[in-house]
Design a protein around this ligand. Structure first.
Ligand SMILES: Nc1ncnc2c1ncn2[C@@H]1O[C@H](COP(=O)(O)OP(=O)(O)OP(=O)(O)O)[C@@H](O)[C@H]1O
Length: 292
């Protein structure tokens, strides 16, 4: 396993707030790592420190054998921060050429634009693009220099479903060629669709790290879904959600719940029992129902 990025015991404070509290993380070649966490967990700070944009108070980062602040190291990574601004009068093709010129072996412009479904926008000025179109361009630019590792901070926030899928395809094709990605997202289905590993942060610390199935499995929750139930008082149900005529109950013990429903004579149809989703697991691990 080739480790491309290694963060060692990173700490970063902003005045009284601790944004990173002893974070260590390794990213291996070919991995797509999804970084999840509630607002303020420290995800952007971790990306900013790992990409050399912010200095840690303590700890260190090794990126492909170098310091993230050195120019030669920065050539092997790609970054799209949470906030980006594109020069308004530049055409998309010019932007790609400008960014590509900083790298020794950039991706061919047509190939990059095709990969992210941006060819129709090539001659448009950045200032005239919609917010979502600008975001797609900003993300595509992270891949221009043929990086080994790309950091994407909420790459698809604000994008419609088609645009999001176009970006997912671009990220997947980069990964299929061996590229590694660390991405943050508030869309759990995005992490589920793209990542082979999930890292969960909360209050500046990593509180879970594993495969998608492993993170789900860490939480013994089951989702029991019923149609039109008349529910009695139930013990051991951690949440009840209604969605049209379907009611979803989260529980640690689905068998006990079903016995309870039957014993109470509750009426229901179409019962379905499944393992918790990644979102259920994430919320259970962070204990934060406000997240996502
Ligand atoms: N430049 C800054 N100045 C002051 N405080 C900051 C700064 N950047 C981050 N923080 C604080 O550090 C903590 C972590 O913030 P960070 O942006 O890393 O979280 P996040 O997980 O990316 O959140 P979100 O999901 O909302 O983007 C928060 O309490 C935030 O207010």
């Amino acid at each position: 396993m080739t480790v491309l990025a290694r963060a060692l015991d990173l700490t970063r404070r902003y005045n009284g707030t601790i944004a990173l509290d002893g974070v260590s993380l390794e990213i291996a070649a070919g991995q797509v790592v999804g970084l999840l966490g509630p607002n303020g967990a420290g995800k952007s700070t971790l990306i900013n420190v790992m990409t050399g944009l912010v200095r840690p108070d303590a700890g260190r980062v090794d990126l492909c054998g170098g310091d993230p602040r050195s120019e030669s190291t920065r050539r092997v990574i790609g970054v799209t921060p949470q906030e980006t601004g594109l020069p308004e009068t530049w055409r998309v093709a010019e932007l790609v050429d400008f960014v590509s010129a900083h790298f020794p072996d950039p991706v061919d412009r047509t190939e990059l634009l095709d990969r992210f479904d941006l060819a129709p926008l090539a001659d448009r000025q950045a200032g005239g693009l919609s917010g979502g179109q600008q975001r797609r361009v900003a993300v595509a630019l992270a891949f221009a220099g043929r990086p080994r590792l790309v950091f994407l901070d909420e790459p698809t926030t604000g994008l419609d479903v088609d645009a999001r899928r176009a970006l997912w395809d671009g990220i997947r094709s980069f990964n299929a060629d061996g590229g590694a990605v660390l991405l943050t997202s508030h869309y759990i289905e995005e992490v589920e669709a793209l990542a082979d590993r999930v890292v969960v942060m909360d209050r500046g610390r990593i509180i879970a790290d594993g495969g998608v199935a492993e993170i789900r499995g860490r939480v013994r929750l089951k989702r029991v879904t019923l149609t039109d139930p008349v529910l009695p008082e139930l013990v051991g149900v951690s949440s009840v959600e209604r969605d049209a005529d379907r009611t979803h109950l989260l529980t640690n013990d689905a068998s006990a719940l079903v016995r309870e429903l039957v014993t109470a004579g509750a009426s229901f149809t179409d019962i379905e029992i499944e393992s918790a989703s990644l979102e259920d697991a994430f919320l259970a691990i962070t204990g934060d129902r406000r997240a996502t």
